[in-house]
Ligand binder design. Structure first.
Ligand SMILES: Cc1cc2nc3c(=O)[nH]c(=O)nc-3n(C[C@H](O)[C@H](O)[C@H](O)COP(=O)(O)OP(=O)(O)OC[C@H]3O[C@@H](n4cnc5c(N)ncnc54)[C@H](O)[C@@H]3O)c2cc1C
Length: 509
């Protein structure tokens, strides 16, 4: 039995929500994955009279497509959508059966209005927690528009295909046979990339805000909610709603919630903000801030938003190491997310650059998948917690190199090695390997504020205990500030603090 009892119980409740009949066409061979796939679809059919199965020859084996009875196309899964893709399977069954998707009407209209033929293929790994977002977005698009088709391909099952396409990070999307995107993408981003972006005039016409929040992670979401609850005109500009939380797998320290996962918490953040009359402007980046009579924030699309007070909450991103080869081989062997991309390096040799907690956690995680892990730490000793180090040193396939400096990531077309300098002897060595994971900390997203607000030598915005910056009316919160600790609960607290500080400023001025 492929599904355990709990999952089966959950699934049978979901399947009761199906509104029409669906046909699952299955293309199976005699291999183990085909056998498991047949077992899965048989189990599905045994749980709902609305599901019928038919053997077929699809372009990939093993694969199956879920379609409405009588229609000749549907959502296809090449491989078995369990692991993080289980929800994608459930949603596909419900949506194909006719159940209305939970999407904004504006998005549904944009999808239906797409002209032309779009055949998407998404390469994923079942342990990739950021992959379901794009799989579900493209599945939804194919349910709503008959000119859009989508296949999810499990890279672990279709290894030859993955190697032929040099896919070394997931998710990677191909459109009509051509590379389309790699990495996380929301449905709005896909539509924008297909040429359905928003109109600049829509922004130019906006009345000034009382509080404008820039950044939609935990700090920004919390600031927007606290501001809106004061009954004042609130807006939030966010390049990616959810911020780093979207990149996080398990979260166990968000107090009162014993365990949750990043994408789920990110979706709840957005839902909570939308409970209030907040003007949410997604997929927009601030590129300039200037204090005039009001505070002006210029967006990358050229529009200028005005507000009486602004809260900056643009968070942080992975730090690059800045050696030759890093940019060139990004997603071609250079990776930043071990949870997502680890399985692609199954049986291969990888390096982890960075001996702090995130680097050592990654090395432990990867050691269970890959042939060998080499950890490179710049300082003479690892900086990670002792418990993590103990666990690391108990593993047979890990080598730790302390006091070394990465010089270059080498390769042709994709990574084939890494050169480093032994800092004690200055000798240069070369390691042959297929993957390099870079985990050397975070850098604040504040470059665009150069000269506009005071920042410290790390680029963090300097704030006082009310979240105020050196510019009257400009506040900041979360990981983009000089707050000593960077955590979700701290970012949320500081967002609330900055919103209350900004509200007090508005009353006094
Ligand atoms: C892999 C990983 C695991 C983690 N695990 C945990 C954990 O288990 N528990 C925990 O408490 N913390 C964890 N953290 C830390 C936590 O995610 C951060 O502290 C928190 O997300 C910071 O929130 P923030 O709102 O300040 O910034 P972010 O989450 O970084 O959000 C920044 C927001 O600003 C937007 N933005 C950036 N630049 C611009 C611009 N110019 N214009 C407009 N918008 C912009 C971004 O798109 C995003 O919406 C983890 C972080 C990572 C990377």
């Amino acid at each position: 039995m492929l599904l355990d009892r709990d999952i089966k119980e959950q699934l049978s409740q979901y399947l009761q929500l199906m509104e029409g009949d669906v046909l699952i066409k299955v293309s199976a061979g005699s291999d183990k994955v085909s056998g498991d796939m047949l077992a899965l679809v048989d189990e599905l059919a045994s749980m709902s009279s609305r599901i019928a199965i038919e053997k077929a020859e699809l372009p990939r084996t093993p694969s199956f497509s879920i379609r409405r009875a009588g229609e000749d196309q549907g959502i296809t899964f090449a491989g078995i959508p369990l692991g993080h893709e289980f929800n994608s399977l459930v949603l596909a069954l419900l949506q194909v059966s006719g159940r209305a998707p939970k999407a904004e009407q504006k998005i549904i209209d944009q999808i239906k209005a797409l002209k032309g033929k779009y055949h998407f293929e998404t390469y994923i790994s079942l342990s990739c927690h950021i992959c379901p977002e794009i799989v579900q977005a493209l599945n939804l698009m194919s349910v709503l528009n008959p000119d859009v088709t989508h296949v999810m391909v499990d890279g672990a099952v279709f290894q030859e295909e993955v190697q032929a396409k040099d896919v070394m990070a997931v998710p990677v999307v191909y459109l009509n046979g051509e590379f389309f995107s790699s990495g996380r993408m929301s449905i709005e981003e896909i539509l924008a990339k297909l040429g359905d972006g928003s109109d600049v005039s829509e922004f130019e016409e906006k009345e000034p805000f009382d509080i404008l929040v820039v950044g939609g992670g935990p700090a920004g979401a919390s600031a927007a909610i606290y501001a809106a609850r004061k009954g004042i005109r609130t807006g939030i500009v966010a390049e990616r709603f959810g911020g780093q939380v979207k990149d996080t797998l398990g979260i166990e320290n968000f107090i009162t919630v014993r365990y949750t996962e990043g994408p789920k918490l990110a979706a709840s953040l957005e839902e909570h903000v939308k409970e209030y009359p907040v003007d949410v402007m997604k997929l927009q980046r601030g590129r300039r801030l200037e204090k005039k009579e009001l505070i002006e924030v210029e967006l990358e699309n050229g529009a200028v938003l005005k507000s009486k007070a602004v809260i900056l909450s643009t968070g942080a991103r992975w730090r690059n190491i800045g050696v030759p080869g890093e940019a060139e081989f990004k997603n071609k062997g250079v990776a930043y997310c071990p949870h997502c991309d680890g399985p692609i390096f199954k049986g291969k040799r990888v390096a982890v650059i960075g001996g702090g907690n995130s680097g050592i956690e990654a090395a432990i995680d990867l050691a269970g998948i890959v042939e060998h892990v080499t950890v490179l730490e710049f300082m003479p000793e690892l900086k990670a917690d002792v418990v993590l180090q103990k666990r690391l040193f108990s593993l047979p396939n890990v080598t730790v190199l302390n006091n070394v400096q990465t010089k270059e990531i080498t390769g042709t077309g994709k990574v084939d090695g890494l050169s480093y300098i032994d800092r004690s002897t200055e000798a240069v060595h070369h390691l042959e390997l297929e993957g390099v994971f870079i985990l050397i900390g975070l850098v604040p997203n504040t470059e665009w504020l150069e000269g506009a607000v005071e920042r410290n030598r790390f680029g963090e915005i300097v704030v006082d205990n009310r979240g105020a910056t050196n510019i009257p009316g400009v506040f900041a919160a979360g990981d983009c500030t000089n707050s000593p600790y960077k955590q979700i609960i701290i970012a949320m607290g500081s967002g609330a603090n900055a919103a209350l500080g900004a509200f007090e400023y508005l009353i006094r001025n």
